[in-house]
Design a protein around this ligand. Structure first.
Ligand SMILES: NC(=O)c1ccc[n+]([C@@H]2O[C@H](COP(=O)([O-])OP(=O)(O)OC[C@H]3O[C@@H](n4cnc5c(N)ncnc54)[C@H](OP(=O)(O)O)[C@@H]3O)[C@@H](O)[C@H]2O)c1
Length: 290
C-alpha cells in the first residue's frame, strides 16, 4: 500500500505490517574503504545516521557483512534506543574474507549465526526484515534457494525475524521463496541505466511486494549519461536528484535506499527525490536504459 507522507517525497509503503518512508537510507557507505573496517570519520558517520532519522526517514538498509559488523554497530551507537517508527532491514547470506571479498555463507548454521550477530550488533530482540542475499561477484546465480530460505523461515517462526525478503535473485528464485514463506521485498540492482528488472518490478507491484533497487545512483560507478545530464541541466537539478525522482515515479512499489557518507548529500537526496519530472523528461530518461 502506497500513501502520501507530508515530510518526504514519495510518501510511505507498508512492508508486511511495517510502514516505512519510500525514501530510505542505505548504510553500506558508512564502513571503511571497500566496505571494510571502520569509517575514517566515526562521528561523521553517526551524524549521517542521526540526520537520516531527523529528516523523517524510517527505512534503513544494512548488513552484517558491511565492515563486517561495522555499520550495524554504528547504527546502534547513533540511534539506539530506536524510535518506534524506524525499521531496519538487514541481509544475510554473505561473509567477508581478509581481502574484503564477499563469500557465500548460506548453510543453515551460517544464517542462524548471521541473524544472531545482527540482533546483537543492532541491539534488538527481533529483526524487522531480513533479506536472503544470493548471487555472487558475477551477479545473479540461478538455482534453488530452498535450503537457506527454509532456514530463515524457521528463524521467522521462532520470532527472531518479523518479515523476509530476497536479494540478488531471479524471478524463478522469488517464486520458489514464496512457496516457502511470504516475502515483503526484493532487493536487486536497478537504476536509470540498468533496467534488467523492469518486468519483475511491475509483477511485484501487482503482488504488493516492494522492490528496493540497490545502486540507485550507480553504486561505486556514479550514473553518467548525456541524456541524464541534459534533463538535470534543464531542471537546474543534479543528475542524482533526477535519478532518484525517476525511480520514485517508475513504480509505487519502489523504495529508495541511496547510500552516502555525507550529511550534505543525504539532505540533497532527500530534497532532490521530490523533483517534479514532466512526461517529456520521463520519455527522454526512458531512452537511457533501452
Ligand atoms: N543487496 C545487495 O547485494 C546490495 C549491494 C550493494 C548495495 N546494497 C545496498 O544499497 C544501498 C545503496 O547502494 P550504494 O550506496 O552502494 O550505491 P548508490 O546509492 O547508488 O550510490 C552511492 C554513491 O553515491 C554517492 N552519492 C550519494 N549521494 C550523492 C549526492 N547527492 N551527490 C554526489 N554523490 C552522491 C556516494 O558518495 P558519498 O558517500 O560521497 O555521498 C556513494 O559513492 C547500500 O547502502 C546498501 O545498503 C545492497
Amino acid at each position: 500500500m502506497n500513501t502520501p507522507s507530508a515530510s518526504l517525497p514519495g510518501g510511505t509503503w507498508t512492508l508486511g505490517d511495517l510502514t516505512v518512508t519510500r525514501l530510505g537510507y542505505g548504510a553500506m557507505q558508512l564502513a571503511g574503504p571497500g566496505v571494510m573496517g571502520p569509517p575514517a570519520d566515526h562521528d561523521g558517520a553517526l551524524a549521517v545516521l542521526r540526520e537520516a532519522v531527523g529528516l523523517g526517514i524510517t527505512h534503513m538498509d544494512t548488513a552484517g557483512a558491511y565492515g563486517p559488523r561495522v555499520t550495524n554497530r554504528l547504527i546502534r551507537e547513533a540511534l539506539h534506543p530506536y524510535p518506534g517508527s524506524l525499521h531496519i532491514v538487514t541481509k544475510v547470506g554473505a561473509v567477508r574474507d581478509q581481502q574484503g571479498g564477499w563469500l557465500p555463507a548460506r548453510q543453515p548454521e551460517d544464517l542462524r549465526r548471521a541473524v544472531h550477530e545482527n540482533l546483537e550488533d543492532l541491539g534488538l530482540d527481533s529483526l524487522d526484515v531480513v533479506n536472503l542475499r544470493l548471487g555472487d561477484a558475477r551477479g545473479l546465480q540461478p538455482g534453488s534457494l530452498a535450503e537457506p530460505f527454509e532456514a530463515l523461515a524457521e528463524l521467522r517462526r521462532q520470532g527472531l525475524v518479523r518479515h523476509l525478503g530476497v536479494s540478488n535473485v531471479t524471478a524463478e528464485q522469488i517464486a520458489e521463496a514464496q512457496t516457502i514463506a511470504p516475502i515483503v521485498c526484493v532487493q536487486n540492482m536497478y537504476n536509470l541505466a540498468y533496467r534488467q528488472d523492469d518486468d519483475l518490478i511491475d509483477d511485484l507491484a501487482g503482488q504488493g511486494i516492494a522492490y528496493v533497487p540497490f545502486f540507485p545512483l550507480g553504486g561505486f560507478t556514479p550514473l553518467q549519461s548525456t541524456a541524464l545530464s541534459a534533463v538535470a541541466a534543464r531542471l537546474d537539478a543534479t543528475p542524482m536528484s533526477v535519478a532518484l525522482a525517476w525511480l520514485l515515479r517508475r513504480s509505487p512499489n519502489i523504495l529508495l535506499i541511496p547510500g552516502t557518507s555525507s550529511v550534505a548529500h543525504l539532505r540533497e537526496n532527500a530534497a532532490g527525490a521530490g523533483l517534479a519530472l514532466s512526461d517529456a523528461d520521463l520519455a527522454e530518461l526512458d531512452e537511457i536504459g533501452h
